[in-house]
Design a protein. Sequence first.
Length: 393
Amino acid sequence: MVFPERFSNLPDYAFPRLRKLLDVHDPGGDPIAMTIGEPRHAFPPWIAEILAQNLNSFGNYPENDGSLPLREAQAAWLAQRYGVTVDPSTEILALNGTREGLYNACMALCPERKNGQQPVVLTPNPFYQVYAVAALSVGAEPVYLPATSETGDLPDFQSVDPAILDRTAIAYICSPANPQGAVASEAYWEALITLAEQHDFKIFADECYSEIYRDTPPPGALQVAQRMGADPDRVLVFHSLSKRSNMPGLRSGFCAGGRESIARMKLLRSYAGSPLPMPLQAVAERLWADEDHVDDNRALYRAKYTIADDIFADVPGYHGPEAGFFLWLPVANGEAATLKLWRETGVRVLPGAYLAREVDGVTPGHDRIRVAMVAEKEEMRRGLKTLREALYD
């Protein structure tokens, strides 16, 4: 039996790998899950009514590109949030979750050759693992750029060898960053977009944590690109309702960018995509048009930032996240700390190395654990206090 070689060296995905590490041991206390970024805040109560009103639409095939009212709501949100203008008919594609879009955008837009050579896909390290698999799927070379405290927890694209940049077809970046919570500034976006224009590569900006922040809304890649007058197809942004609206099970997001890029994504999706069912598109349309529930959600996370800052204030190396809902905590060894926590306390976290790749003998995040602050506030407080006592006191 013959299998594709390009996927042969993939490690187990983070959560099956975590189960192999922990589930052979009994927890040392009542389990507290702080691993997966699955929001547990309440979503708006009017969702059920909208869904009920549109149940008959389950009898219809969904619109491949997303209904026009949904894309109009997404375009209106981009205008309200970032001050950018996109044509909902030609510059937005509704997605069945952003993971689908982040993968299929690479399939649709990465060329087979770049300047006569194998193309490169740049990705932060650590990172959301779909970036690397997308690169491998199109026969590109994934190049992992460390995103560590030394680089401000974002990849330093300016330090990449120009020969690599000339082969680069796509650069993935997540801001606010998963797992570190760092935010790309307008100056950072300007420098990256300038670099992309100079070396002719696309930027895939994963902005699914954009609405969870402390005080200042994170700037967006498309916002900066339009202000700079960059090529409209230079930047694609990806947004989701999973974190913004506490609806990861809805699987609704969108991609916005230049007309040619969106047209190519739509074409591929018409053959190989999985559009969101129409009743769920109706729900998503309403969610993108409502900000009240987003404000309420953000207030809950701001309270959690305060709790975390109080608990870890004097821990050497602790930096509260600028945005998002993960803590990226320093430890001697992430896997050992994770196992110790589980066996002694029942608190379940994720080793940072499970989100990264080893490059030149170094795995960024090997000395970190990722802690998701998604549980109810008092359960989260109890988990963080337990973690603090077990690892730092």
